[in-house]
Unconditional design. Structure first.
Length: 293
């Protein structure tokens, strides 16, 4: 099975689990807010982060991913959805389309979009904390590290600060990428490994794997913004140039960015080389670096 077919099969199996867990969260939520939260989460997507959590649990546990990995994957995807809702806001990237549909603030207004993101972030931690300790506590810590001010939010802050700058070195751009994209992907992989019964050392391997994979994924995203098909991506192309974003393509060029994405994917593979059954993780990393959408 190719990495792309694995992702698709796992995505299809995961989708009803995501909807079930989300609906449990939304039972007591005001109707309009619940609609906006549902819109942000269930509007499609690759589901790369939860699938990585499931794959890490499978590799470490040497068998099917347990229910804890499924629930954790749902929490990670809720956080990812919140980040996209907020990232699309006028104060951030000011995007009108996401996954081929109007962005949440276009569909529901800015205030409701902000609240939908706030709700998803908070409920993701509640969902994770419902798992028995010590696993639930360890997974909440992974989420906090990945999504917090030293992770995804910090990376977004660096990204905003770098907007409009010219000639930013590739190393500084990758520092941004490591926060805004790599940190949550690392949390998905490390947390999934913990669900599979990983040792601290194995969780560390998966965390390093996720960090490198996340940066490879973002390098590919920078590349697709220049050479990708907007119909396949479900969003406009060329937005990075219009917004004067600091990107690897701006620092390294198209060919240099493609080569860097491949090198980062290889670094991800090296991080898990000693794990039995790591071929699946290798395939996913190489796919993330060379994807066409």
């Amino acid at each position: 099975m190719t990495a792309e077919s694995y992702l698709e099969s796992k995505r299809l199996a995961f989708e009803p689990e995501l909807e079930k867990n989300l609906e449990a969260v939304l039972r007591k939520v005001p109707a309009k807010l619940a609609e906006a939260m549902r819109y942000g989460v269930l509007g499609g997507g690759k589901r790369l982060r939860p699938v990585l959590a499931l794959a890490a649990a499978e590799v470490v546990g040497k068998g099917p991913a347990p229910e804890s990995a499924v629930r954790y994957g749902c929490a990670v995807e809720m956080i990812h959805a919140y980040s996209l809702i907020h990232d699309d806001l006028p104060a951030m990237d000011d995007d009108d389309l996401r996954r081929g549909r109007p962005t949440a603030h276009r569909a529901f207004g800015e205030a409701m979009a902000i609240l939908a993101g706030d709700g998803l972030l908070t409920e993701a931690f509640a969902l994770t904390a419902s798992l028995p300790d010590p696993l639930g506590a360890a997974l909440c810590r992974e989420l906090a590290l990945g999504a917090g001010a030293a992770g995804m939010v910090g990376g977004q802050a660096l990204d905003i600060a770098a907007t409009g700058t010219r000639g930013l070195p590739a190393a500084e751009i990758e520092r941004i990428h490591g926060g805004k994209t790599g940190a949550l992907i690392a949390a998905a992989a490390a947390g999934g490994a913990l669900c599979g019964g990983a040792s601290a050392a194995q969780a560390g391997q998966l965390r390093r794997y996720g960090e490198a994979l996340g940066m490879a994924f973002q390098a590919a995203d920078d590349l697709l913004d220049v050479v990708g098909d907007p119909d396949q991506r479900g969003k406009r192309s060329g937005g990075d140039e219009v917004e004067e974003k600091a990107t690897l393509v701006g620092a390294l060029g198209v060919d240099g960015t493609r080569a860097r994405a491949q090198a980062l994917a290889e670094a991800a593979c090296d991080a898990v080389a000693s794990l039995d059954g790591s071929q699946l993780l290798r395939d996913l990393a190489l796919y993330a670096a060379s994807r066409s959408r």
